[in-house]
Design a protein around this ligand. Structure first.
Ligand SMILES: *[C@@H]1O[C@H](CO)[C@@H](O)[C@H](O)[C@H]1NC(C)=O
Ligand SMILES: *[C@@H]1O[C@H](CO)[C@@H](O)[C@H](O)[C@H]1NC(C)=O
Ligand SMILES: *[C@@H]1O[C@H](CO)[C@@H](O)[C@H](O)[C@H]1NC(C)=O
Ligand SMILES: *[C@@H]1O[C@H](CO)[C@@H](O)[C@H](O)[C@H]1NC(C)=O
Ligand SMILES: *[C@@H]1O[C@H](CO)[C@@H](O)[C@H](O)[C@H]1NC(C)=O
Ligand SMILES: *[C@@H]1O[C@H](CO)[C@@H](O)[C@H](O)[C@H]1NC(C)=O
Ligand SMILES: *[C@@H]1O[C@H](CO)[C@@H](O)[C@H](O)[C@H]1NC(C)=O
Ligand SMILES: *[C@@H]1O[C@H](CO)[C@@H](O)[C@H](O)[C@H]1NC(C)=O
Ligand SMILES: *[C@@H]1O[C@H](CO)[C@@H](O)[C@H](O)[C@H]1NC(C)=O
Length: 638
């Protein structure tokens, strides 16, 4: 449990606002990975003990390192240092640093944002590293343009991750940031940039552009989706999960792909389960893909996890290949410990806020983009999901998929989401953008082998009914669900499964009867869920079958890896689906596959789809079935 120093400060939600005034060790949010207050399960760091050990070394040093030779070392750290640990400054590392993982920012509010880096000392050391951070209105960091500047420490306890909240900023403003060694300003990180959000009550803001990503699997190819987006005029990048994968990647049995031809075998080359494993895996992704580095440096990200940040098909008490029984452990590491390690490393490496430091696993959170949009990031995976399809229990899950007592999000998160969704409507926020992991709408499999997935919302029908009911009963308008996870692209009119065959409750030719829309993106690099290495004709055929038997599915595409961009204005939302031509080429171009419009107040995709043009790949509902001429008679189109 937390000791006294932090006991007094750990007031949950209010904690972050006090961070800037904390001593430099505590100011590094990596020590709250994910929390300072949930101690008994090993999730928190004992920051007092870390501080004490630094202080002890400092006092030893004071006694042993006397004389003029060392007086010179009482440099800027000493001048600025207001904390308790090694306040003579001599105990901070004095050598050179490199920044192989570059810089990143995330979770911007109207006056603050999270900044991240990860210095690597060039000499072996056990000393803390002191870094200064600067946030500036200009790229040249001239004195007049500096908006915020401070410093914090990092140590090996957090793998040298360095995560701070930059504060005192202006809304809707472009900023640049960088890090430098406290003892030598010439030792500097690359420059990153980000944009603050508008004030929550800003009713004038009229544009928001977000690129949405999922499923970036290192061995399967270069992350061209990220490089393409880093050059675009977008405000933020959103990743809805499967940012890393936990498997081996060298083509051996059980591995995901073979990274050897592209020199993309992830480290450590084994299935990961210890804290050190997860840290090394993040280091591979962040250190070795130029597209990922570029997009992190260039835009703030809004991140949330799916299963592979822990392990395949995770739920509250296990994953497909791990649980807390003897047969479900890895080298004696139980699922609970594995999940703890995964979560800890995630918070160390990701530029995200910890919005509730009293709740160890809470990653779900929201952002208010003025009155243009409320952005929700939900956790449909690890927070409190009841048992999922882990391959050997599919029939069991199918049988319980409609049980009312099953939850995907967990009761606490469901309650929070419904309340905030309704509040967003009442406050007059136009778009309710629901970033989450898995396909929301019902997807019939039919005879073809595209996904019909009990690991998606189809396995948690009662939770879906409660969510849809909240929307319809409270007349929540303009809901846009975003999803990833499926390794294929989809665009839906959102409707209750119960209405799917009713001609009066849903009209597929106009979309009348829909309660919102869903845009689900394909993978950055993970292979198609339609099957790998099909011909383009085979991919197209499967897309055509999918839209034929799922009347509210307006677009299906399985041939391309890529991402989509969501552009919001006060009048409409536009989703642009991009496919990467060739992910074995690190400089591949992208193509626009199809675009969809949603008009404010319509709660359905605008017809004609894709502006009346044929999709570049995949199938549009209207290109396969002309619903203005055909009618569903209950069993078939006639
Ligand atoms: C630190 O290392 C970098 C990269 O090797 C080098 O360019 C730089 O000159 C070094 N700086 C100092 C102060 O030694
Ligand atoms: C960020 O985007 C700008 C504008 O497109 C570009 O000039 C710059 O090179 C990009 N930076 C990175 C790190 O990709
Ligand atoms: C635990 O995992 C093992 C190995 O995957 C599996 O055989 C077993 O059925 C699982 N047990 C439970 C309770 O899920
Ligand atoms: C699922 O449960 C709901 C509510 O209990 C019920 O109305 C519906 O008919 C059920 N669906 C199936 C396929 O059993
Ligand atoms: C739901 O209720 C059924 C029947 O009572 C029970 O077997 C099952 O364990 C419950 N599931 C959950 C997630 O509570
Ligand atoms: C809709 O029709 C299909 C095809 O006959 C059937 O499989 C499905 O169960 C029906 N859906 C509902 C909710 O009745
Ligand atoms: C797909 O093709 C690639 C390249 O030819 C090959 O390495 C891979 O094993 C194939 N995948 C499958 C599932 O056949
Ligand atoms: C993809 O790019 C790689 C690397 O440039 C090239 O060798 C390969 O032929 C390309 N594949 C296709 C299908 O164009
Ligand atoms: C619907 O149309 C199909 C195909 O024409 C036909 O076989 C079926 O009997 C029809 N069902 C009803 C209820 O009319």
């Amino acid at each position: 449990m937390r000791s006294t120093l932090f006991g007094a400060l750990s007031a949950g939600l209010t904690l972050l606002s006090t961070v800037a005034s904390l001593p430099p060790l505590e100011r590094n949010l990596a020590y709250r990975s994910p929390s300072l207050t949930v101690g008994s399960n090993g999730l928190s760091h004992d920051i007092d003990a870390i501080g004490r050990s630094i202080r002890k070394r400092a006092s030893v040093a004071r006694r042993t390192l006397k004389g003029p030779k060392f007086a010179n070392q009482a440099d800027s750290i000493e001048a600025n240092y207001d904390g308790d640990y090694g306040s003579d400054g001599r105990m901070a590392y004095k050598g050179n640093l490199t920044f192989p993982y570059s810089v990143a920012s995330g979770d911007p509010y109207d006056t603050s944002a999270i900044l991240w880096t990860h210095p690597v000392p060039t000499q072996e050391t056990s000393d803390p590293i002191c870094l200064r951070y600067q946030t500036s209105k200009s790229r040249d960091f001239s004195k007049a343009d500096i908006a915020d500047s401070s410093y914090a420490w990092t140590t090996s306890d957090v793998d040298y991750s360095y995560k701070v909240e930059t504060v005192g900023l202006e809304p809707l403003t472009q900023y640049y940031y960088r890090f430098s060694a406290c003892h030598d300003e010439s030792i500097r990180s690359p420059v990153g940039r980000f944009k603050t959000m508008p004030k929550p009550d800003d009713a004038k803001v009229d544009s928001l552009k977000i690129a949405v990503f999922s499923c970036s699997n290192f061995p399967f190819g270069f992350f061209n989706a990220y490089s393409q987006a880093s050059r675009k005029d977008i405000d933020y990048a959103m990743h809805v999960g499967d940012y890393i994968y936990e498997s081996t990647g060298d083509g051996s049995p059980d591995s995901y792909g073979d990274g050897r031809p592209l020199d993309r075998v992830p480290e450590p080359n084994k299935e990961i389960f210890t804290l050190s494993d997860y840290r090394q895996r993040y280091a591979t992704y962040r250190g070795r893909d130029e597209g990922l580095k570029a997009l992190h440096a260039n835009k703030s990200w809004l991140l949330v996890w799916d299963d592979h940040e822990v392990a395949d098909n995770s739920y509250n008490h296990g994953t497909a290949d791990s649980n807390n029984t003897a047969s479900g452990t890895y080298d004696g590491v139980t699922f609970t410990d594995r999940k703890r390690n995964a979560v800890k490393a995630y918070y160390e490496w990701m530029p995200i806020r910890q919005v509730d430091t009293t709740d160890s696993l809470r990653i779900w959170r929201k952002f208010q983009y003025g009155k243009l949009a409320d952005l929700f990031l939900l956790d449909t995976r690890n927070y409190d999901r009841d048992v999922t399809d882990v391959y050997y229990n599919t029939a069991e899950i199918a049988a319980m998929s409609n049980d009312t007592n099953r939850s995907l999000m967990g009761g606490k998160q469901e309650k929070w989401f419904y309340k905030n969704l309704v509040e967003a409507q009442e406050r007059g926020s136009i778009w309710k953008v629901v970033g989450q992991q898995i396909i929301v709408n019902h997807l019939h499999e039919g005879s073809a082998s595209y996904p019909f997935d009990y690991d998606a919302w189809d396995g948690y029908k009662a939770n879906r009914r409660r969510m849809f009911k909240t929307i319809t009963e409270n007349k929540v308008d303009n809901t846009i669900f975003l999803a990833g996870d499926s390794h294929a692209a989809w665009a839906y009119d959102a409707i209750p499964e119960e209405n799917e065959n009713s001609t009066s409750l849903y009209d597929p030719s106009t979309g009348k009867g829909a309660l919102g829309v869903e845009f689900a993106g394909t993978a950055v690099s993970s292979p198609s869920s339609y099957g790998a290495n099909l011909t383009l004709e085979q991919y197209t055929k499967r897309s055509e079958i999918a839209v034929t038997i799922n009347r509210n599915l307006q677009f299906a595409e399985g041939a391309h890896r890529g991402y989509f961009e969501l552009d919001l204005t006060r009048e409409s939302a536009n989703a642009h689906f991009y496919g990467i031509v060739n992910n074995t080429d690190p400089h591949s171009q992208e193509i626009l596959l199809a675009s969809f419009n949603v008009k404010k107040g319509a709660n359905r995709i605008t017809r004609p789809l894709n502006g009346g043009k044929k999709a570049k790949s995949g199938a549009l509902q209207s290109s396969v079935v002309d619903y203005s001429k055909q009618k569903w008679n209950g069993t078939a189109f006639a």
